[in-house]
Design a protein around this ligand. Structure first.
Ligand code: SF4
Length: 351
């Protein structure tokens, strides 16, 4: 049995100023479930006891969480590598400086190479300009730290690839990346059918088709994007299939389980899928981890996830898993989703 997670993803809040059409956590449309500062430090201590290699602070928007830098500093001082994912919407100069001081990696989400595409996906006009401003601030801090010979700031751009930004991948490399000379990584992630991205209408309008996924992750495509990007930027592409958690792949060691913590300390049995195994503030973190691992042997999980081959299969599996393992609250949230979501969300009329 595994001794503990190598990677932990902690969704620190479900509060968020944006309204992305693919939001995996449905943030901004539900209660934040954010803990108070002391409890957040307790979660950090519980995670430290698991001795993971890296903890990624995500959300929601982690920069709206008061004391987030202290929480990350606690992890960091214990020798845990830390990463943070932000939309950049509320980035201020002092935050960029603190991010560089505390985190090992800072990732800004950018889902379009133009304001028109990014703002439509992100559901808020002006989000493209704000993301670029955040990247400019980080670039300036990175440059200054390099000049002072301090620990370098490692920052990157993460793009969730969907049908409406698929034609822009090269533009990310040729028009966006060169604007930030200190940028280190440019990652193109095929959208995962999780949360709002598991809705059938999202699958119809935005989830990549199989040919697009194959093209995105082909070696010629990655090489082409790498050649177009500035020399200092490393380009990654992924289909995220490792997150399906197909039991056969897990058993043979191809994929490994990530621990995912919800904002109030609830621990998901399996990332991507609804369903928790307890709260890290109330029970032994290692017991919770083992409970999550054992979920992979559940007959319903084995039957549902073993059949996944395509993104559309995966979306169907997520809907089954979420409804099967989700609480009453989760099921009613899923049902409300389908009532209020209309196709115009996926059109230019959304803004
Ligand atoms: S910025 Fe992130 S957390 Fe916020 S709505 Fe978009 S995907 Fe969700």
């Amino acid at each position: 049995m595994s001794s503990g997670p190598e990677v932990v993803v902690w969704d620190t809040t479900y509060a968020c100023p944006l309204r992305c059409s693919h939001c995996y956590s449905e943030s901004g449309r539900r209660a934040s479930r954010q803990l108070g500062h002391e409890d957040m430090l307790k979660v950090a201590d519980a995670l430290i006891s698991l001795n993971p290699r890296v903890v990624a602070l995500s959300g929601g928007e982690p920069l709206v969480v008061k004391g987030i830098f202290e929480v990350a500093g606690r992890l960091s001082r214990a020798g845990v590598k830390t990463a943070v994912y932000t939309s950049g919407w509320i980035m201020e100069p002092w935050m960029a400086t603190e991010l560089a001081r505390v985190f090992d990696e800072v990732v800004v989400s950018l889902d379009g190479a133009t304001a028109q595409v990014h703002d439509r996906i992100r559901g808020r006009r002006g989000s493209f300009d704000r993301a670029l401003s955040a990247l400019t601030l980080l670039d300036g801090v990175a440059k200054e730290r390099r000049r002072q010979k301090r620990t370098p700031l490692w920052f990157g751009i993460d793009c969730v690839v969907v049908r409406s930004n698929f034609p822009q991948l090269e533009e990310f490399c040729t028009a966006i990346a060169p604007r930030f000379p200190e940028l280190r990584t440019l990652t193109f992630n095929a959208a995962v059918p999780e949360g709002l991205a598991s809705r059938p209408e999202f699958g119809h309008f935005e989830l990549l088709d199989d040919a697009q996924v194959t093209r995105l992750t082909s070696e010629p495509q990655r090489t082409r994007l790498q050649e177009l990007a500035p020399p200092g930027v490393r380009v990654y592409t992924t289909d995220n299939q490792n997150l399906v958690m197909r039991p056969d792949r897990f058993a043979s060691g191809v994929d490994s389980l990530v621990m995912q913590i919800e904002p109030d300390g609830a621990v998901r049995a399996l990332p991507v899928y609804e369903g928790t195994v307890g709260n890290i503030l109330e029970e032994s973190p290692l017991d919770l981890w083992y409970r999550g691992v054992s979920r992979l042997s559940d007959p319903f999980v084995v039957e549902t996830l073993s059949a996944v081959r395509t993104l559309q299969d995966w979306a169907e599996a997520v809907r089954r898993m979420d409804y099967h393992f989700g609480s009453e609250e989760v099921r009613s949230r899923i049902e409300r989703r389908s009532v209020r979501t209309n196709p115009p969300e996926f059109s230019a009329l959304a803004l």
